[in-house]
Design a protein around this ligand. Structure first.
Ligand code: PEP
Ligand code: MG
Length: 755
């Protein structure tokens, strides 16, 4: 059975469109199950009808031409119940519906199973036979298994526009495609589809005898490509910080004689045509990257491919007609690369949408730095249908709307206007204190990573940095940065914020954050070698970083705090403390006059919640990493769109855990903050403030919204809300109760903007 399943799925996957896919399905099921009829009905949601889409055994002339209302017939019954209907005499069933000319009347037995994808019924798969009998359990199980496997393929085919090929739906209707947020913000614009400039995959096997001239030609292509990359880097230089621009240097290194160029020339000298040689070399590099488990490294494969295509385009001397980029360009592509961003003239790039990748892709990191709303990983996006078409990009929700209808446009235009007006209104709070109506002050700090975040944060009145994600700088490099390189960057950060506190987190790699030059390949990376586990195993990396942090403060006397990620035991804290003290002693012995920094621990693993008192006794402060804490407490991968709905900030277990940590820190009289995304959610911020969190650290774009929320409540009221919430047992109810209270406090706009 597994073999049959695998074969059918494989065949279906290679079908050119939805109609052929459905045709293959009905054909193979009919022959495998030896039934007389097999048909598929797909739900057309806009018309609320099941459309007869493919058949073996019924009247094929009616395919695409007849439909049942959603609540009609046995097909409708299967859809309603979302479970199989197995009948030995269908015609006797009260829901049986005769459709003229379908030629169904000869068949008595009926087995219909729903096709369900992500809880939604997409259609119904039916087998029928003349002989009166109930289909046996193994037949039912086979059909259910097949349907479950096919549902993803059918959903994809429907979404990518292939549904229109049946002639049933004239044009791709306005559709929403869910991806993940790459960079925040909402924009309405025009799609410009980025295809690779040249298609390496299509370069044929070819030999050459003109070795010298091929090498020369290739070298020219390399020189042109290098010049182009330098030019792109220059064009972006005033918009990006040096560490972000380092990405282009990495590209240039790849084109060195010691890397790709050298390898291609060796091939040409063996008598292989330059384009073929280039393809072979690039393909072998890309294959190596793609074979890696780690998503970050897989993405580097696409960087190499991008580079190869670029060189090929030069080699082919293809006179690419210049693409036009309208105002409000939304760049979309299967796999957007940082290089593609630079091709859009300044001021025209409004949004980015990538079919592959995630929020941690390079392109998303650059988009955040440039302030361009971005959605990543929109797997079903039909990009071939979108050139020059209007699109809405909702970078907050990770949502893309293609062919938006009037209603959606109106809604989002209003959102954009409201957001702009609201942001303008919020500006007045820049210099106001984050203080409740009854005079309790809460510290609002920011999370930073790129230097670009610094100016924006200061501009919004940030009172300190609660989380500086140092790994971002490591990720933009192609080797570990030296102690001195790190010192200079940390110094810039400290200087910019002095005398305000800056909390530098030690390198937090692993999980979904990988370094191309330090691969970590694991079955289960979020439960593996992450954060402090890596750096304690590599004290040389840890010591260099901590030394750089402490030395960076020389002569500035900023308030430096060092924070340890992913701690799950007191032993890790003791070991890290020992190394930090060693660094400090050495630095003082070297004659540098600096203060010993505060040291703190992130509480982001459930074990640390229950040992919060033991941990906080050893250090100066705690900060909750709610992003990870939620994923570990609720067993929900924070990057997995399939379980995104289960990732709940207001889950009662999460709230009680957060309260436990506050109590532990307060008993030990130590300060405590929270630096996960939750702190930047105004509704959650009210609860956190009531719990007693001293510091809420967030993305700078949320800062003024949270300040407004704090200024709209009395602490006593916030505490009353919290007290009630802590008696509730359902995340949805808690969320709506808190939001209701926000609305009552006049913050309906804040609540709306979070949706
Ligand atoms: C967290 O886990 O909440 C956190 C702030 O760290 P990161 O998101 O970088 O894992
Ligand atoms: Mg974390």
């Amino acid at each position: 059975m597994l073999d049959v399943l695998r074969r059918v799925i494989q065949e279906v996957n290679t079908a050119k469109d939805l109609d052929s896919a459905l045709d293959i399905i009905v054909d193979r099921i009919q022959s495998t199950m030896n039934t007389e009829v097999c048909s598929i009905y797909l739900l057309d949601e806009s018309r609320k009808q099941y459309v007869f889409m493919a058949t073996r055994g019924l009247n094929e002339a009616l395919v695409g031409k007849v439909a049942l209302e959603i609540d009609e017939g046995l097909v409708g019954l299967v859809g309603e119940r979302a479970e199989p209907v197995n009948l030995h005499n269908a015609k006797k069933h009260p829901r049986y519906l005769h459709i003229t000319d379908l030629r169904e009347e000869n068949f008595s037995s009926f087995l219909g199973v729903p096709i369900i994808h992500h809880r939604k019924v997409l259609g119904v798969l039916v087998v029928q036979q003349a002989r009166r009998r109930r289909f046996i359990a193994s037949e039912e199980a086979f059909l259910i298994t097949l349907s479950a496997q096919l549902s993803g393929v059918i959903a994809h085919a429907k979404a990518t526009g292939a549904f229109s090929l049946s002639g049933v739906v004239a044009d791709l209707p306005a559709s929403e495609f869910q991806g993940t947020s790459g960079a925040p913000g909402v924009v309405i614009g025009t799609c410009v589809v980025m295809y690779p400039k040249a298609d390496l995959a299509k370069v044929p096997e070819r030999k050459t005898t003109k070795i010298k001239s091929e090498v020369k030609l290739f070298r020219q292509a390399i020189e042109e490509s290098r010049a182009e990359i330098r030019h792109m880097s220059d064009k972006l230089s005033d918009r990006l910080q040096p560490e972000e621009l380092a990405l282009f240097d990495a590209y240039l290194h790849m084109l060195d004689d010691s890397a790709i160029t050298g390898e291609v020339i060796v091939q040409i000298e063996l008598g292989i045509w330059s384009q073929t040689a280039l393809r072979k070399v690039i393909e072998s590099h890309v294959a190596n990257f793609l074979a890696m488990e780690d998503p970050y490294l897989r993405e580097r494969g696409s960087d190499v491919l991008d580079l190869g295509q670029r060189v090929l385009a030069k080699l082919q001397s293809r006179d690419e007609k210049r693409k036009t980029y309208p105002r409000g360009t939304i760049l979309i592509g299967e796999d957007l690369t940082p290089g593609m961003l630079a091709e859009v003239p300044r001021g025209r790039l409004a949004g980015l949408v990538s079919v592959s990748g995630s929020g941690s892709s390079h392109v998303a990191i650059l988009a955040k730095a440039l302030g361009v709303p971005t959605v990543m990983g929109v797997e079903d996006l039909p990009i071939h249908l979108l050139e020059e078409k209007p699109m809405i990009v909702d970078g907050f929700e990770g949502l893309v709307i293609t062919y938006p209808n009037k209603e959606q446009l109106r809604l989002y235009k209003t959102t954009i206007k409201q957001e702009a007006a609201f942001n303008e209104d919020l500006e007045v709070l820049k210099d106001e204190p984050s203080e409740t109506i009854d005079g309790e002050r809460i510290r609002l700090w920011v999370n930073t990573g790129l230097m670009t975040d610094v100016a924006r944060s200061l501009d919004r009145g940030a009172e300190g940095v609660g989380l500086y994600r140092t790994e971002i700088h490591f990720m933009m490099n192609d080797r570990f940065p030296t102690e001195e390189e790190q010192r200079l960057i940390y110094r810039k950060h400290l200087k910019a914020f002095a005398p305000r506190p800056v909390t530098m987190r030690t390198l937090d790699i692993g999980g979904d954050k990988a370094l191309s030059y330090f691969p970590i390949e694991e079955e289960n990376p979020f439960l593996g070698w992450r954060g402090i586990r890596v750096t304690l195993d590599h004290p040389e990396i840890f010591l260099a970083q901590v030394r750089a942090m402490i030395r960076a403060n020389e002569g500035i006397d900023a308030y430096l705090r060092i924070m340890l990620p992913m701690v799950s035991s007191t032993g890790e804290v003791d070991e890290a403390q020992r190394l930090i003290s060693q660094c400090y002693r050495e630095i003082v012995e070297e004659g540098v006059e600096v203060e010993m920094p505060d040291v703190g621990v992130m509480i982001e693993v459930p074990a640390a919640v229950y040992q919060a008192r033991d941990i906080v006794r050893r250090v100066d402060f705690l900060s909750v990493g709610s992003n990870d804490l939620i994923q570990y407490m609720l067993a929900v991968d924070r990057n997995n769109a399939h379980v995104a709905e289960l990732y709940q900030e207001f889950h009662p277990a999460v709230l009680h855990a957060l309260k436990t940590v506050v109590d532990a820190a307060h008993i030990e009289k130590k300060p405590l903050g929270i630096c996960g995304e939750m702190a930047g959610n105004p509704s959650a911020a009210i609860l956190l403030m009531a719990m007693g969190y001293d510091v809420l650290s967030m993305n700078s774009s949320n800062l003024l919204m949270v300040r407004l929320a704090i200024r709209s409540f009395k602490m006593s009221k916030a505490r009353a809300i919290l007290a009630k919430v802590l008696t509730m047992d359902n995340a949805f109810l808690i969320k709506s109760y808190v939001e209701e209270e926000m609305v009552k406090a006049g913050l309906s706009q804040l609540v709306r903007m979070r949706h």
